[in-house]
Structure formats: structure tokens, C-alpha cells
Design a protein around this ligand. Structure first.
Ligand code: GUN
Length: 293
């Protein structure tokens, strides 16, 4: 069994991005600039945003955090988005999800200029990706594909079972894996799927993105399978300094010995996600500065 070390691969890619930034600066250009909007104080979101800003600093990007109160109106949030859309100094931006219940996420995503949508959530980017056109691809799915690629794991002709149908992970990763060139056979499972165990047992590659610790047990995984665990749930743990520890969807200790490859949680998909956001931001910078989109 080999651990898919997302932290290690991420650092390799971040070094590549860092040297691109150095070249831009020595050619007299500015560093790429990412803005992140966060609304309210969800602890997990605050951690994700802090990690995204730290990663920007690590590669030499400029980063701006826009922290807005939980009570902000939808209209006020939409005007912040409008000003970022028109700010020539911002190459790309994201609005951290989830948003408070009184704000319509769909409206917010649709308000972002697709050329600055480095999350790849805007319908134009989703549509272009689905058609196989150039687009921003959501960071978690592209991080998964990059991790598989860098470990030489061939997906062509393999049966990939994706557990979870979210717009952020399940749907786009399934779309990517079945594209021409990737050529996997993909099954998407969700809360209404009958006999999840039988489907997972038939999988060469299982990608689980549910957020339910222990969902994937050893009896659901065939010998030699690849397991990509996107779940990252905080489980109360009074003995840990933070008061919690992180758990993936897989029952790691029992599942890992059966796998050819498996991602740990933390340190697997998580760091890759942030790194692919950096890649998208660099892409946005090039698109905007070379006028080629
Ligand atoms: N919330 C959980 N994952 C993500 C992500 O990739 N982007 C944004 N904007 N919010 C998230």
C-alpha cells in the first residue's frame, strides 16, 4: 500500500508556481492577486481561508481577505462581488462557501465574472468543462486528477466509483474522469443509491466525498483498489490540543491494508485543493494579462 502524499506533491507544484512568479517579477510584472470573501465565522471556513491565504504568501502571490459580517445582506455581498469583477488589480477571487441561509448561493456564484471565477463554480465554467473546452476546473477535482497523474495511476478503462454528487466535488470529478483522454468508466453514488457496498466492491478506484466518517469500510473495498478520500470532518476529541481531530470518510486503519494506493486525511486531497486554486489564479492572471479569453 502506498500513501498518496498530497502535501509532498503540493509542495512540488507550489515550487513550480513560485518560480513562475519569480519570472513574472523579474520581467517587471506584478504578482498574481487572489481575493477571498468570507462571510461570518464558520470555524472550518476560517481555517480553509487562512490556509488559502498562507499558500498565496508561500508562492509569492498577493492575497486580500475580505471578511464580511454574518448579517450582511445579499445585495451588499453582490456589490462587493461587482467591485471585484471590475477591479483590474484582482486576477481572481472566490466566495468561501457555505454562506449564511439568507443569502442565495446560486445568485452569488452567477454574479462572479467567469474570467475571475478561480473556483470554477460559475455555470459558464461548469458548462465549458463539461463540453471539454478550456475553463477553470474546481480545485478539489483537479487536485485529485493531478495526484493520480503524478503517482502514475492510470484511470483509462478503470471503473471509478464516486460517492457523493456535490457541485464542488462529486459531479465535476465524475465529469473529468470520463472525459476523452481520461477515459474512465464512472459510476456516481449518492444517498439514494441502492447497494453502495456492491458498487464500491466493483470499483478499481473509489472517490468518496460525503463527509461521513467511517462510511467506507474494509468490506466495501476490493484488494488492490485505489481510495481517494475527500471527506474531512472534525470529530470532537477532548484529548487533542485543538479539541477535535480530522476524519475522512474511509475507516482508514482497516481500509488502507487492502489498497494499492490511498490518500490520508489530513495530508491527502486537502493540500492539493489549495494548490490547484493557486494554479487557477495563475491561469487567470495569464488570461487577463494576455487577453486570451
Ligand atoms: N467550501 C468548501 N470547499 C470550497 C471551495 O473549494 N471553494 C469555496 N469557495 N468554498 C468552499
Amino acid at each position: 500500500m502506498t500513501l498518496l502524499d498530497g502535501k509532498y506533491v503540493s509542495n512540488q507544484i507550489r515550487d513550480e508556481i513560485k518560480s513562475c512568479v519569480s519570472s513574472l517579477l523579474s520581467a517587471g510584472g506584478k504578482a498574481p492577486h487572489l481575493a477571498v470573501i468570507i462571510v461570518g465565522h464558520d470555524p472550518a471556513s476560517e481555517t480553509y481561508v487562512a490556509n488559502k491565504l498562507k499558500a498565496c504568501e508561500q508562492v509569492g502571490f498577493r492575497a486580500t481577505k475580505i471578511a464580511l459580517p454574518e448579517t450582511i445582506t445579499e445585495q451588499q455581498l453582490l456589490s462587493y462581488i461587482d467591485s471585484l469583477n471590475h477591479d483590474d488589480d484582482i486576477d481572481g477571487f472566490i466566495v468561501q462557501l457555505p454562506l449564511p441561509g439568507h443569502i442565495d448561493e446560486t445568485k452569488v456564484i452567477e454574479a462572479i465574472d467567469f474570467r475571475k471565477d478561480v473556483d470554477g463554480f460559475h455555470p459558464i465554467n461548469v458548462g465549458r468543462m463539461t463540453l471539454g473546452f478550456s475553463s477553470f476546473v474546481p480545485a478539489t477535482p483537479s487536485g485529485i486528477v493531478e495526484l493520480l497523474r503524478r503517482y502514475g495511476i492510470v484511470v483509462a478503462g478503470k471503473h471509478c466509483v464516486v460517492v457523493g454528487r456535490s457541485n464542488i466535488v462529486g459531479k465535476p470529478v465524475a465529469t473529468l474522469l470520463m472525459q476523452k483522454g481520461m477515459d474512465a468508466t464512472v459510476t456516481i453514488c449518492h444517498s439514494q443509491t441502492r447497494d453502495l457496498k456492491a458498487l464500491c466492491l466493483a470499483a478499481d478506484i473509489i472517490i468518496t466525498a460525503v463527509g461521513q466518517p467511517g462510511l467506507l469500510t474494509a468490506d466495501m473495498v476490493k484488494d488492490g483498489a485505489v481510495v481517494i478520500d475527500v471527506g474531512i470532518t472534525r470529530v470532537d476529541d477532548p484529548l487533542s490540543p485543538k479539541g477535535y481531530h480530522l476524519r475522512g470518510d474511509a475507516d482508514f486503519d482497516a481500509v488502507a491494508p487492502k489498497c494499492s494506493f490511498i490518500t490520508p486525511v489530513p495530508g491527502g486531497v486537502g493540500p492539493m485543493t489549495i494548490t490547484m486554486l493557486l494554479k487557477n489564479t495563475l491561469q487567470a492572471y495569464h488570461n487577463l494579462h494576455n487577453n486570451n479569453q
